[in-house]
Design a protein. Sequence first.
Length: 341
Amino acid sequence: MSDANGQTTSFTTEQAEAAALELYQIKGQAKRLPGEMDLNFRLTSHDNGKNYLLKISYPDPDEGFMAFQEAIYDHLAASKILNARPTLLYAPDGRRHCTFRDDERKNRVAKLMSWIPGIEILKVQPKSKELLYNLGAEAGKVIQALEHFDHPFAHRAFRWDLSQGAWTFAYTSFFETKEQVLIRYFQDGFTAILPKLNDARKGVIHGDLNSNNILASIDNKDPNKVAIIDYGDAIHTALINDLAIALTDTMLGSPEPLEKAKWLIMGYHKHFPLLEDEIKLLYQLIGMRLVIILVQFVIYPIEPGKECLFTLKKQAWELLFYWRNLEEETAFSFFKEAALG
């Protein structure tokens, strides 16, 4: 089995449990979680029932990425504004990245992190305006929290970075004729905004504000509280890209995409004020996010049994068609009203 990077994902829950016991002296039960840059497992201790996030790298991981992850989680741990601050924990021998050989004698790295309780926001239906507002607010706080953070690995080539979306042009011909027209429309639009995007405010962003990385509270006293996790796709790029990614995910599958977007933008702007020139970029950036998703499906066909990915692909096409039929100026006016009033 392979992931969207073409890497092998043949690492079982039993192997994860064995690694946790050997490296962290925790005997527990592992449950596989979604993940792309790492193989993620919820590890529940048999001794005290405590949960952890166990992250297992793919074979022979990039040392630069490992150092980047350690640096960004250390930086976030010091933040006092986020609802959740994932913490990288120490092994008994003092290591925070534990290198080991798997059953195939391949080098992997294990990381143990604090567990952030919650449920994937995708599973919360319907999503209240308060929840969406709080999601936007937390996304804005992430930009604040990372304002003074940088790292050499953040300046890498990365296919999910919207500012680097021109790589998709090489795959336009892989689509059917009608689909090509739609894909090319947003590729052309992306090319048109690229000079302004390159001049936009920049910094390190989360980079993957999709439903798998957003948790809704399980606390009945504060049901609309939101936490953002997993900074594996963090990248130095235009700051507005993070909002475009969050908006795209929020609108997928919604019968009222703009209404959902409104509350998220309001919350985001409250904590990280948007500039009008940035708002003008959102229409094309959302289009490029959808193009990247659909091109990835062309490169890495969906494996049988992954119904959630078939649903994502269907929703991405539906939203792209809807977005093409929406006037760019209409979207800008709506977004501007939501943010600036």
